[in-house]
Design a protein around this ligand. Structure first.
Ligand code: F6P
Length: 346
């Protein structure tokens, strides 16, 4: 019987279990046995795998996280590790590998495909940062969570006549900030793609308050830049860099709140949503998208289309080269940002 391996790598996000469930169900129907590789690429290095049967995937559709575990381990740093992965892939009898992940995991997938492994990619990320697909799964849930938080912050901001700064995830792109900002009626949305003009923000807030509004909501992506710097540069500590060279972000909200309070005199508070955006149950949209991606990934394995990533285009499930998806980050559509701007500080 032919064997499909599946792993989930990089940051977790809601919808991973929907993909795993779909791959196992569709895979079994197509006559494959599916083996789950634990903790991303680490499991392929350590030979940590187990067969996923119907019992293993029962009741996981609505569960956040990943039943396989994940890691941010970069196996490309050491050629010896790449060799071990190739050997273990062969030894375990895997005929094809489905790698579910974001830009880092899929960069490794592309490299391992070049090394001869038969790989199909599935795009995940709350940041929606991958090219070649309209959406990654996980993003919709994150936007919904952030929008609900903004709604809640609205009522307390209004009662206390305060400015609320809401820091959301998005270290290189502001997708979550823009969509959650539009959905939550934010008065400003600040994103990595657009350097912040703090004077413009403060002047607009003053005008808004002069017109009678006594509260405002500002959504800021963690990677937004103030005075030419983003929060990842504030901590030069080497331990702050992960295996793929990404620095940890966080702190732009706090800095922004302090600066605004000082400049305008309006009482300002900050809420950092952080990993709350990645935890918990996936939205219906992400369950459906993850399921569609999982089923399509098995189709691609069956058709022998390797080095490809399943993708969403105008609500149709298609596929692109993994290389295309990882070669360039998908930054915020500026036409969408212009829509958010219509509602800035009036
Ligand atoms: O890559 C997704 C992401 O959620 C980023 O937006 C964020 O900066 C990062 O992961 C946080 O990662 P970690 O889980 O390692 O703290």
């Amino acid at each position: 019987m032919k064997k499909i391996g599946i792993l989930t790598g990089g940051a977790d996000c809601p919808g991973l279990n929907s993909v795993i469930r779909a791959v196992v169900r569709k895979g079994m129907q197509e006559g494959y046995v599916v083996t789950g590789i634990k903790n991303g690429w680490t499991g392929l290095i350590d030979n940590d795998m187990r067969i996923l049967d119907l019992k293993a995937i029962s009741g996981i559709l609505d569960r956040g996280g990943t039943i396989l575990g994940t890691s941010r381990m970069n196996p490309l740093k050491d050629p010896q590790t790449v060799k071990v992965m190739k050997e273990n892939y062969k030894r375990s009898g895997i005929d094809a590998l489905i790698a579910v992940g974001g830009e880092d995991t899929l960069t490794v997938a592309f490299k391992m495909h070049q090394e001869g492994l038969k790989i199909v990619g599935v795009p995940k990320s709350i940041d929606n940062v991958l090219s070649g697909t309209d959406y990654t799964f996980g993003f919709d849930t994150a936007v919904n969570i952030a929008a609900e938080c903004i709604d809640r912050l609205h009522t307390t901001a209004e009662s206390h006549h305060r400015i609320m700064v809401v820091e959301v995830m998005g270290r290189y792109t502001g997708w979550v900030a823009v969509e959650a900002g539009i959905a939550g009626g934010a008065d400003f949305v600040l994103i990595p793609e657009m350097p912040i003009n703090i004077q413009e923000v403060c002047d607009a807030l003053r005008n808004r308050h002069k017109r009678g509004k006594t509260f405002s909501i500002i959504v800021v992506a963690e990677g937004a830049q103030l005075n030419g710097r983003c929060s990842s540069t504030w901590n030069e500590d080497e331990n702050n860099i992960d295996d793929f060279g990404h620095r940890r972000y966080g702190g732009i909200g706090e800095l922004l709140a302090k600066t605004i309070e000082k400049d305008t005199g309006y009482e300002t508070r900050v809420s950092v949503l952080g990993h709350i955006q990645r935890g918990g149950s996936p939205s219906a949209f992400d369950r459906v998208l993850g399921t569609r991606f999982g089923v399509k990934a098995v189709d691609l394995v069956k058709e022998g289309k390797f080095g490809k990533m399943v993708s969403l285009h105008s609500n149709k499930i298609r596929y692109v080269d993994i290389e295309e998806a990882v070669s360039k980050r998908k930054t915020v559509d500026l036409a969408l940002y212009d829509i958010a701007k219509v509602f800035f500080a009036e």
